[in-house]
Design a protein around this ligand. Structure first.
Ligand code: NAG
Length: 141
């Protein structure tokens, strides 16, 4: 049996239309939330810091973080982990954790880089022997 040519034409148009709609439903990542600078008081009781990162996209984006331009390998990391796109740093270390963080969100369509966010420990001014000094050492506080 042969289909009338009009029907064939219609079917091929529908076919192309659905192809077109399929590819249109994929979107590269776009920011919902980018990381912000974090200043952590040196005498903070917080043990964890969270750098936020959230993007929308189809398929749902995945995330990677860098510190001072070097990618963080979270697979081998016991202090740092991902929660969604957020980077959670546990057991904060004043020497290892300071610097510029950047988040990358990516999916099969594309990748975007966030703004850079600084993580810094804020020192306290203390008076010692009559002079003000910066106290940046947690153990002394
Ligand atoms: C990142 O860069 C800052 C500024 O140069 C530096 O103070 C910090 O120690 C660096 N952090 C790491 C983990 O290398």
């Amino acid at each position: 049996m042969t289909l009338p040519w009009k029907l064939l034409l219609l079917l091929s148009i529908i076919d192309r239309l659905t192809d077109c709609l399929d590819s249109a439903s994929y979107h590269g990542p776009r920011w919902r939330m980018e990381p912000a600078d974090l200043f952590i008081p040196i005498d903070s009781i917080e043990e964890e810091a969270t750098l936020t990162c959230d993007a929308k996209g189809t398929p749902p984006p995945q995330y990677r973080w860098s510190l001072n331009g070097t990618f963080i390998n979270l697979g081998l990391d016991r202090r740092r982990r991902l929660s969604g796109g957020n980077l959670i740093i546990g057991n904060l270390d004043r020497y290892q954790d300071v610097g510029m963080y950047q988040c990358m969100a990516y999916n099969t369509v594309g990748a975007i880089l966030s703004r850079r966010a600084r993580l810094q420990f804020a020192c306290k001014l203390i008076k010692m022997f009559g002079v003000f000094t910066q106290n940046c050492i947690k153990a002394l506080v």
